[in-house]
Ligand binder design. Structure first.
Ligand SMILES: Nc1ncnc2c1ncn2[C@@H]1O[C@H](COP(=O)(O)OP(=O)(O)OP(=O)(O)O)[C@@H](O)[C@H]1O
Ligand SMILES: [Mg+2]
Length: 221
């Protein structure tokens, strides 16, 4: 089954009354369980594309279908996003005033989970990612790799159907990068559909569906 389908999706930004056409008529079909890698030079539109698929921004034209639903017809975007999509940002965007555990609990509380249940589920995910001993710390007390793993925990705690990862290892050392990537690979083996943006071609595997963006077009790499 197609879990993600983009039909002729275009996106531009307006800057000083000038139009910057970032994505031009993008088509993409992703099957359930696929691992999609998107590479391309800085500024080519990778984050823009991921934000559109993650319903954080809307296209100028074209259609996005997620989990069988046309996104033009979703009545409550927030709820749909919370239920279906996990997002790991290029910069992790943890909330500084909340502990690691609380950051991971937030998407569950949004879904209406009771606090005790949210604590239990969030702790389990954090422990499974190997950072249980840091869960009561605040983001500024964590290393970059720990913060990124907390961001992964936050993205997957609600068991989304789709995980969108925007350079999740961008600022990490070699070993921590491998650790973060192996977490994503494991999640994918368990069936999670992942779109993974990276500028590091070494992180792309032969079996991945590999695309690149060039002059606004998405092309098979
Ligand atoms: N909100 C915005 N307003 C205006 N221009 C934007 C906006 N967001 C992105 N852009 C521009 O759109 C283009 C694509 O940006 P995008 O962030 O998608 O690139 P990217 O491929 O993710 O780059 P990087 O690898 O550096 O993260 C860039 O030229 C960028 O300057
Ligand atoms: Mg980017």
């Amino acid at each position: 089954m197609h879990i993600i389908k983009l039909n002729n999706v275009s996106k531009s930004y307006l800057e000083d009354k000038k139009k910057l056409q970032v994505l031009k008529s993008i088509n993409l079909t992703v099957e359930e369980g696929e691992f999609v890698a998107i590479t391309g030079t800085s500024g080519c539109g990778k984050s823009t594309l991921l934000h559109l698929i993650g319903l954080l921004d809307s296209p100028d034209s074209g259609e996005i279908n997620l989990a069988g639903e046309s996104c033009n017809s979703i009545s409550n975007m927030e709820i749909f996003r919370n239920r279906n999509i996990g997002f790991i940002f290029q910069f992790h965007y943890l909330l500084d005033d909340f502990t690691a555990l609380e950051n991971v609990m937030i998407p569950l509380l949004v879904q209406g989970y009771k606090k005790a249940e949210a604590v239990k589920l969030a702790s389990e995910v954090i422990i499974s990612l190997g950072i249980g001993q840091r869960m009561h710390h605040f983001p500024n007390q964590l290393s970059g790799g720990e913060e990124q793993r907390i961001a992964i925990a936050r993205a997957i705690v609600t068991k989304p159907k789709i995980l969108l990862a925007d350079e999740p290892s961008g600022n990490l050392d070699e070993e921590t990068t491998q650790n973060v990537i192996s977490i994503l690979r494991d999640l994918n083996k368990k069936g999670l559909t992942i779109i993974f943006v990276t500028h590091d071609l070494n992180l792309v595997k032969e079996d991945d569906s590999h695309y690149t963006i060039k002059e606004g077009k998405l092309i098979q790499a």
